[in-house]
Design a protein. Structure first.
Length: 149
């Protein structure tokens, strides 16, 4: 039993490394820095799921584990490029809400490119298998976050 667990952990590690290498080599987010693409995705999903609850830089730092100083530099760069807009809270002037500018050509181009790649993978695996993969990825991500923290 212990031997099988050792073999299985090696298989999972190997698959994980091959996947992350393939994604990195495919340059999934080649049109913008990875952190900017990550933040765009978080803001995009948040705005879709909870449009009345905007995120702050603090929320993004907690989710991404990016240091506040690096987050502030990244957000400034994104604002300069027109990717995000900042809005100061009317109730608490210390809070600044972030909104993704979904009309930004940079966002639209990168988002379309990412979706095209994922669509290609779904086509190759089939929708049923892709749904199972999405569920497994979500579960693994949750478990990894819980285990690492």
């Amino acid at each position: 039993m212990a031997l099988r667990m050792k073999d299985l952990n090696e298989e999972v590690l190997d698959a994980w490394l091959r996947l992350t290498t393939a994604i990195s080599n495919a340059k999934l987010v080649s049109d913008m820095p990875y952190n900017e693409a990550l933040i765009c995705n978080l803001l995009y999903n948040s705005q879709k799921q909870q449009p009345d609850i905007p995120l702050t830089a603090t929320d993004l730092c907690k989710t991404t584990q990016i240091l506040k100083s690096q987050m502030n530099r990244t957000l400034q760069s994104m604002e300069d490029k027109g990717l995000i807009e900042r809005e100061r809270s009317t109730q608490d002037k210390r809070q600044v809400f972030l909104r993704l500018n979904t009309d930004s050509p940079a966002f639209r181009t990168q988002h379309a490119k990412s979706l095209k790649l994922i669509d290609s993978l779904i086509e190759k695996t089939g929708e049923d298998k892709a749904e199972k993969i999405a569920q497994l990825f979500a579960e693994i991500a949750t478990l990894a976050q819980e285990t690492i923290q």
